[in-house]
Write a protein of this length. Structure first.
Length: 763
């Protein structure tokens, strides 16, 4: 008898109900009670959705972030939110986003705003959590109210509740000590709070608690490994049973540790770590439960149920009631319901499973294990047919793409000459001044642009009308840039709604959902495009827009593209071939666009790799393998051009210390990066590594409405010139200007151009 459970359910709601409730509450347009009511409804609905499971997660619902929830549960609030008006939820939103709701901020004058907590990526997902803040003085105290309220609601609805918590070691691991103290030293203070919480749950009659320790799939030194031992020895009080959950990867050298911790059950990600399951089985104690995450909680493809059963059946016979099955991780990372997708192509739809469909798959597996495959024969054969159809589909398999991939060799990613020779030819052609100025690509996405786009989508505006509207915007951007006196211009990306979607929509092998929203942070969601098949480019995607923009000016116009690694990292990617293969296919498609731009006379081409760093694997030991194919994909994309064509790339960060060699290997002529906030300190990477090509360290923080002064920009650039020779420096903002208003952009860029002039004159 195998049991089923789920590690967590997407809380945002199939129609993003939580997002809208939160945003209306924050704006002061709805009450606290209304917000709480939406939360309660969503929880109830999601529990009903999971009613067929043997254990249903409780406590996975969050108004903002599950890590911040734990910070509040263990009483770890930053000092700066103390002493405000309002209650815990007000403070919760203050830490999350710098302020509570408008209506709760009537005391803003006396209390002021606060700095929002830092956000960072939750392991290797695109979800961002609020980083817990620690210092040597941090004390903890239990506030179980949020969890107990959710538990009480679940109980009143008859839910088979299994509370879920982030475990104490991962909680410390996720945080940052502001004073550089050792956060592990806080463990003895933290454990009694967890123990008290577990005792409280036991008092409520809870049998199992899921305690998430995904830090177990990362490289841990001795002290962190020991912390696990200490923590679970202390929490093993016999009051509740603990299911220790690891996910997102393999345990590797933490496997023996994980297997001998004194807990009653262990959850393993059997998608990423299937190869480790035999070893886990051999090391588990005779009375321990093993939960296998057999359905991919991170992706949207149907599970091959028959092959999962082939693998599970012997394990089920061996473990009996000690086998639980589940998705590999919380379903937070997938959209809610495929049934909402009425516009999605029928073939592609038949290959997919969102959260609700994944739970159905789980039920089918459990039924087959517990009563035999016959009981679910029709489900299994429908599943098998879908898997086979996807596998054989001509929409997935394009022999021409496969053939092109087979012809890739090192020469494809190689420029004709080394940088110094190219740079000389480019200088002759482009005739740019010292400290050349440019921007990163997008100009403000105005209300008119959005309106034209939505009218075009709804059919109210025809193709010609839309084209004219976009051309008018491009013309405006060019006019403004000429008036500002920028050196290398951009067309402004008016026609792009999103830098990945725009390309995905034009490439074969991509599909788009209507409601496939996934939480990115707080109330923010993204709708990743679905890369389902071999990628090819039916026709040029950007050339006409750039050609039009270039026709309006004698200055060089940059052709703007999104790079293959970024397109890949911001998509749901097919699981039937390595990611590297999909990336190479994207590289060949974007390469063709690069060459078409060059043929059209474009002299400067920028290929954005905003998300290259995001794709780094969790374990450092696997970084190089990723960087090898990521960098090679970029090189294939960019390096087929003539020496005279200047290649730019852009990255939205400047933490380069650990990957700077790979960045240099990309061999772009110019790289623009985000640096303004860090006061150029992030250029430290360049102290130890002599970056060989040109760099534009951002001097305008585009995430802020503030206008940088000319003096400040000059000062930043002088700092940069201490590390990088002035003749290789560019002057540009941190990132695209899409989210800013023209009224901010004009004065900021005026100052930037003036600063460049000062730098030239005083050089
Ligand atoms: N070219 C893009 C823009 O300017 C780059 C955006 C990004 O790096 N995130 O909008
Ligand atoms: Zn950027």
């Amino acid at each position: 008898m195998a049991f089923t459970h789920n590690l967590g359910f997407p809380r945002i709601g199939a129609k993003r109900e939580l997002k809208f409730a939160l945003e209306s509450y924050w704006k002061g347009q709805s009450s606290r009670e209304e917000l709480k009511a939406v939360g309660a409804q969503l929880r109830q609905r999601h529990w009903e959705n999971q009613a067929g499971l043997d254990h249903v997660p409780v406590g996975d619902f969050s108004f903002y972030d599950q890590v911040l929830d734990i910070s509040f549960t263990v009483g770890n609030l930053p000092e700066r939110v103390r002493g405000f008006h309002g209650d815990a939820l007000d403070n919760y939103f203050r830490v999350a986003r710098g302020r509570s709701a408008e209506s709760a901020e009537e005391h803003a004058a006396c209390c002021g705003g606060v700095a929002a907590g830092e956000m960072t990526k939750w392991f290797d997902t695109n979800y961002h959590y609020i980083v817990p803040e620690f210092s040597a003085a941090t004390e903890f105290s239990l506030d179980a109210s949020r969890l107990l309220e959710q538990l009480a609601q679940a109980r009143s609805l008859g839910v088979k509740a299994k509370p879920v918590l982030i475990g104490p070691v991962t909680y410390l691991w996720l945080g940052k000590a502001k004073d550089d103290s050792d956060r592990l030293a806080l463990l003895p203070r933290l454990l009694p709070v967890y123990a008290a919480l577990l005792a409280e749950l036991a008092k409520q009659g809870v049998e199992w608690v899921q305690i998430d320790e995904p830090a177990l799939v990362t490289e841990l030194d001795c002290d962190w490994q020991k912390a696990f031992q200490t923590a679970y020895t202390a929490l093993n009080t016999g009051k509740v049973k603990l299911l220790l959950a690891s996910y997102f990867g393999q345990l590797q050298d933490n496997l023996p540790l994980a297997c001998q911790l004194p807990v009653q059950g262990l959850h393993i990600d059997a998608i990423n770590a299937r190869a480790e399951v035999d070893r886990v089985l051999a090391q588990l104690a005779a009375d321990q439960v093993l939960s296998l995450g057999v359905i991919n909680g991170r992706n949207i493809w149907k599970t091959d149920l028959s092959s999962a059963l082939d693998w599970l059946e012997p394990i089920s016979r061996q473990l009996g009631e000690r086998l639980w099955i589940a998705p590999s991780c919380s379903l937070l990372h997938v959209p809610v319901d495929l049934d909402s997708e009425q516009k999605l192509d029928g073939d592609i739809r038949s290959w997919l499973a969102f959260a609700l469909q994944k739970l159905d798959e789980l039920t089918v597996l459990a039924t087959a294990l517990n009563t035999g495959r016959d009981a679910v024969r029709s489900e299994l054969s429908a599943n098998q047919a879908a898997i086979a159809a996807r596998c054989a589909s001509p929409r997935v398999n394009n022999p021409a793409v496969k053939a092109a991939l087979g012809k890739i060799d090192a020469a494809l990613g190689q420029r004709g000459s080394v940088y110094a020779q190219r740079a000389a030819k480019q200088a002759q052609l482009l005739k740019l001044p010292a400290y050349p100025t440019t921007t990163i690509g997008s100009f403000p996405q105005t209300a008119e642009i959005r309106q034209a786009r939505s009218q075009f989508k709804s059919g109210a505006l025809d193709e010609a009308g839309y084209q004219a509207a976009m051309q008018a915007e491009i013309a405006r951007s060019v006019r403004e840039q000429e008036a500002l006196g920028l050196d290398v211009l951009v067309h402004g990306e008016a026609e792009r709604n999103d830098m990945v979607e725009y390309f995905g929509e034009q490439l074969d092998g991509y599909a788009f959902s209507q409601f496939g929203w996934v939480q990115s942070y707080g109330s923010r969601c993204v709708k990743p495009p679905i890369l389902f098949g071999d990628i090819s480019r039916p026709k040029a995607m950007t050339v006409e827009w750039i050609r039009y923009a270039q026709s309006l000016t004698a200055k060089p116009m940059k052709g703007m593209l999104t790079g293959p690694v970024t397109i890949l990292n911001w998509s749901f990617v097919r699981d039937d071939q390595p990611r590297s293969v999909s990336c190479y296919q994207l590289a060949l498609a974007i390469r063709a666009e690069v060459l078409d731009l060059e043929k059209a006379g474009v002299r400067v081409i920028q290929i954005d790799e905003a998300a290259l760093r995001e794709g780094l694997p969790l374990r450092k030991s696997q970084w190089q393998e990723y960087l090898n194919w990521a960098v090679e994909s970029f090189r294939i994309t960019s390096n087929g051009v003539r020496d005279e064509t200047q290649v730019h790339t852009h990255m939205c960060y400047s933490e380069f210390n650990d990957i700077i060699k790979s960045i240099a290997d990309m061999d772009a002529d110019v790289i623009t990066i985000e640096t303004s906030r860090s006061d150029m300190e992030l250029l430290d990477a360049f102290d130890n590594f002599n970056y060989p090509n040109e760099i534009g360290p951002g001097v305008y923080d585009i995430h802020s409405p503030n206008i940088p002064t000319q003096e400040h920009i000059v000062q930043l650039m002088r700092k940069a010139a201490e590390r990088i020779p002035a003749e290789r420096l560019w002057v540009n903002p941190d990132c695209g200007l899409k989210t800013r208003a023209w009224a901010e952009v004009i004065p900021a860029l005026t100052n930037m151009v003036a600063a460049a002039k000062t730098l030239r004159e005083t050089a």
